[in-house]
Design a protein around this ligand. Sequence first.
Ligand code: NAP
Length: 630
Amino acid sequence: MVDFENILKDADFAPLLMSYVQMSGDTDVLKKYKPYINGPWSFFETVPFDLKNELIHKFSIFLEKVPCLVDYKSEFVLTKDEIHEMLNTCVGQEVPQEYISMIQSETHIGGIKNLDVHWRKNISEQKLNAFHVLIIGAGESGICASIKLNQLGINHTIIEKNNSVGGTWLENTYPGCGVDTPNHFYQYSFEPNHDWSRYFSQRNEIWQYFEKCADKYGVRKRIQFNSEVTQAIWREDIKLWEVEFKTKSGEVSRIQTNAIICAIGQLNRPLIPDIKGLSSFNGPVFHSANWNSNLELKNLKLGMIGTGASGMQIGPSVLDEVSELHIFQRSPHWAINNPLYFSEVLPGKKWSLKNLPYYAQWYRFQLFWASADGLYPTLKLDPNWEHKNISVNAKNHEMREKLIEHIRKEVNEDPVLLEKVIPTYPPYGKRMLRDNKWYRSLTNPKVNLVTSTISHVNSEGIYTENGKHHKVDAIILATGFMAGKLTWPMHIAGKDGQSLANRWKDDNPRAYLGITVPNFPNFFMMYGPNTNLAHGGSAIFHSECQTRYIMSALRELIEEDYHSMECKELIHDRFNEKVDTIHSEMVWSHPGVGSWYKNKKGRVFATSPWRMLDYWEMTRNFNYNDYSFF
Ligand code: NAP
């Protein structure tokens, strides 16, 4: 006999309430609890203890009478208005009508299933066997694409440079490596994991999730590991891509394929800074994405260059062990506090996610909303805003003040540190980081936060322009990735023989929807140009949008017996004009911001300018007229 009353105490209240309402049909209780739910995170909820217990008690009695929770189907059919009111109550905010379809398909609330692509016609075995897709990369996007290709029965191969799946989550093993999007949302919508140990899990657990998915959905057997694609050339004479790849031992192979899904990610090739004398350093020097697990941190004088997402996770994680940590900061990042950052998911909540009908869907909706488009308006430039250099509008300024208030508290009002760590650009200009005790750790006497520019490195340490020498035993380069060289070092040549790198003038990648490029027939990208989500959301949400779109495109090709399709140049150009116009009004283009989102000319090429809703709408239905089919 399950002790419901005890177990349900661990569950988050808002999704619990929704689960109760959906199971019991008792929509009247919404009014009672709505005033106490003030936002989409559990820490925004202030339901008094006795009121909470009242619901838990009532729900427990109800559950005791349910013969079997597995596959339970509520006998109550909720009206659209009731569902809308539940959505509003669950997140303590008015959810605009325009979001409801997307939310329902994302979370399956109200019986709406996802938008998986299915064949519209009977497809013969022969037709299916004659078509082959090559996926480059077995990271999060590549796995997603493979799963959906498998569902359609489309023959495909994955070429992966590493010895296992997971991409960035395989490669990055630095101390403290973890996700800063809530995990119950940073997962495939079709493969929920109810056992995440934390709200923001660490690298091993996330990597294992992708490993499990690769096995469960038969992805692994499709992968050729330890092989790196070196070039892909479109052969117009035979209407196929000819792809060359090299194994780790140097063996070169070739494969011909009808279509390519390039799923290599944007943050794949470490950026090694061009610092004078770096190679003359006597100790170990390595990039954060190539962590040397043999490095003995105990009593080490460690130098770390870079204070982005990786550096900010490494710093506090090594502090207990090292004797000195010299952090070289070129410019500070903003970091936001989330009280759940280090929290573990309680057993009763895991139980509810697994067993309580509808709970997991409502919880996913909460997280989805928490990281959805709510922030978007606060990142838009107000032309009349008076403090343009430090914020972009009144709300953005308010956010800035709150962030500063948190930093002040964390660094104990230390004026020297405050001067160093408060950015002079608006919040969200660069990626917003999560404060993982970063600010607090800067007050540790072991830490030396260096803001003078690095001049050069010698055999014993790092010199800065103020003439100081910082003696260190090892140097970590937490200096980010070459995002602009999106498909580098692969040579990808399209219809007219022109390479992608050439078309993109090295660091100006542009694509239609971030997915297709004119003159590159049957070539699809995932996490391509202008698809990095910088205001919220989860990269996996975007991957699923892209996968859906690509599957629709492939369906068109196969069902209608075309051999190739190509995005129309005009459609591509108009789309990119819109991207640039919207970006010119968004915080990421702010002149005070230098970030990996921008190329050398200052164009934002990495980040999506769209609301999640817009991108979902744009990729939801494949528009035949945007393409030329042959
Ligand atoms: P990053 O955000 O690009 O940060 C690189 C850091 O190195 C910045 O502080 C940069 O300074 C500094 N830097 C670069 N070249 C330098 C030089 N020559 N001299 C001195 N400093 C230099 O890279 P990252 O931290 O690896 O993160 C990249 C992206 O990966 C993130 O934005 C995020 O999308 C993803 N990521 C996510 C997570 C997560 O979910 N928790 C964790 C890690 C990474 P400036 O700021 O002045 O350029």
